[in-house]
Design a protein around this ligand. Structure first.
Ligand SMILES: [Zn+2]
Length: 70
């Protein structure tokens, strides 16, 4: 019985106030470019659920486009 342990197989979204199942692992540098707030800022990569990954992609895409227009 190790239900309370953080199992590698059961990743949870690292965004504050989110407890959904993680789908993607994103590099911390990329996360920093978005407005997502993580529970643990000291990690190299963060796990995002479907919803937050979508939000992340949207934000980073937008900022990238803005960069190109500059
Ligand atoms: Zn999430």
């Amino acid at each position: 019985m190790a239900l309370t342990k953080h199992d590698k197989a059961a990743k949870v979204c690292d965004v504050v106030n989110c407890g959904k199942e993680a789908e993607r692992s994103i590099n911390m540098k990329q996360i920093a470019q978005s407005s997502l707030k993580l529970k643990d800022q000291g990690v190299r990569s963060a796990h995002l659920c479907k919803e937050h990954y979508k939000a992340f992609k949207k934000e980073t895409k937008t900022s990238r486009e803005l960069d190109q227009y500059y």
